[in-house]
Design a protein around this ligand. Structure first.
Ligand SMILES: [Zn+2]
Ligand SMILES: [Zn+2]
Length: 444
């Protein structure tokens, strides 16, 4: 054997593992998302993480930070230029057009969940692969859809017990925006030298983005800037008034915020962001990163080659939500690592038996667990306790000979001996009497 040291491998910078012990929180968030999305009539779509780079350049905008600085772009062996998706909306629109969804029953509602990739500066809680859950509604312009999306988002965070405020704005349509941008440009002109380096560039190329710069010196200038809400055209104004009107009696915590312009080019009219309340963040407004955000993109489908189709969508930052969830005190995570029945064995022959019995009961629909590699009964029952199992089945030498199974109630300690061929019906009865319904196929 050579004594050469074997090279160890580590995560690529900016990437992370989601370990088994973290999955309880992730699963909780995922299941809430699925539940809400399905209730509100969204169908799941799974998209590839790789798309033609041009799709994002055209869809998200080549002047946005996301496309100009943060995309993972490379050439395949077949010389195709592709990018890892930095967000989910553009791919969904591509699929909407490609599969002729314009002919489907309207509105077309879809949700997705999965990793996104941005070559961002890695910092606490920010990774180059992060996870988003997203909702998209196509072919509906009615402002009630905007309000409903905001309303259901608020309810979702309420269920997650993360107190949030939803900041809402309208950035109008190209028609009203053109006028506003001129006004904004005039105002910023006199302060141009005081803006940060990025905003100097934005001033010329994408001036609206100056409004959501996080630099302190830019924020101070922007506070006094003209507001887009005062410059909406009649149609955009009517639309926005309706969005707010539908939310009026909803008792959700929202505010108007003229600086919510979002970082991507495709947005128009309603835009919104969801932030944890300052109180929840412990007064640290620096940690007030948006947990979710979205808006209308009525022109994107057409821009990417489809028919003119109004649309609205939003994405939830799952990593941040999971982090926030860990701060929630009275959270009752439905423990997925529990079972109703535990199968234990004593002796090698019994082990063989348990191997088969376990599978039989699993197929019968029992929520079941084992620790078959352990030889000590004590250790096995310890595991049963850890999983909060109510009934333990024990098979030892004697049971093998008699073709029986010992059932122990893990709480009372009561035991009974049951013939092997009756085990299923007896288990069902015992669980029922304990008010535990036999879980046929455990939905997650
Ligand atoms: Zn307008
Ligand atoms: Zn700036």
């Amino acid at each position: 054997m050579s004594k050469k040291k074997v090279k160890k491998f580590y995560l690529v910078k900016g990437f992370k593992d989601i370990l088994p012990e973290d999955q309880l929180h992730w699963e909780f968030v995922r299941s809430k998302f699925f539940n809400v999305a399905r209730s509100y009539g969204y169908d799941r779509i799974d998209l590839p993480i790789l798309e033609d780079s041009k799709l994002f350049v055209k869809g998200v905008g080549n002047l946005t930070d996301v496309v100009s600085k943060e995309m993972f772009t490379f050439e395949t062996l077949g010389n195709e230029k592709v990018s890892l998706r930095p967000e989910g909306t553009t791919g969904t629109v591509r699929a909407y057009i490609e599969h002729g969804m314009v002919n489907r029953k309207k509105p077309v509602k879809m949700f997705y969940m999965g990793p996104m990739f941005r070559y961002d500066k890695p910092q606490a809680g920010r990774y180059r692969q992060f996870y988003q859950f997203g909702l998209e509604v196509f072919a509906e312009e009615d402002p009630i859809i905007d309000s409903q999306m905001i309303y259901m988002t608020y309810q979702l965070f309420d269920e997650l017990k993360i107190p949030v405020v939803i900041k809402i704005n309208s950035i109008g349509c190209p028609k009203c925006r053109e006028k506003f941008l001129k006004t904004l440009k005039d105002y910023l002109k006199k302060n141009k030298s005081k803006l940060c380096k990025d905003c100097q560039i934005r001033y010329n190329k994408n001036i609206l983005r100056v409004l959501d710069c996080k630099e302190k010196k830019c924020r101070e200038i922007v506070l006094e800037a003209p507001q887009i809400l005062d410059h909406l055209c009649d149609d955009c104004n009517k639309h926005f008034v309706k969005v707010l009107e539908y939310l009026e009696d909803s008792q959700i915590n929202y505010e108007l915020d003229p600086f919510i312009v979002r970082g991507l080019d495709y947005y128009n009219r309603t835009t919104f962001e969801v932030l944890p309340t300052e109180e929840f963040c412990g007064g640290d407004s620096g940690s007030q990163n948006a947990l979710a955000g979205g808006g209308r993109y009525d022109y994107l489908v057409k821009n990417l080659g489809g028919q003119s189709t109004p649309a609205i969508g939003m994405a939830f930052g799952m990593d941040r939500i999971v982090n926030a969830l860990k701060k929630v005190k009275d959270l009752e995570l439905s423990n997925i690592n529990t079972s109703d029945v535990f199968v234990a064995q004593l002796g090698d022959k019994a082990r063989k038996k348990v191997l088969v019995l376990f599978e039989k009961l699993r197929r019968a629909g029992f929520s079941i667990s084992e620790s078959i590699s352990k030889t000590s009964l004590g250790q096995q029952l310890e595991e049963a306790n850890r999983l909060k199992t109510r009934l333990a089945l024990i098979i030892g030498e004697k049971e093998l000979l008699d073709k029986t199974v010992l059932i122990r109630d893990m709480e009372s300690g009561n035991q009974e001996v049951v013939p092997e061929n009756k085990i299923e019906s007896v288990l069902e009865l015992r669980l029922k009497s304990l008010d535990i319904s036999v879980k046929k196929v455990r939905m997650r």
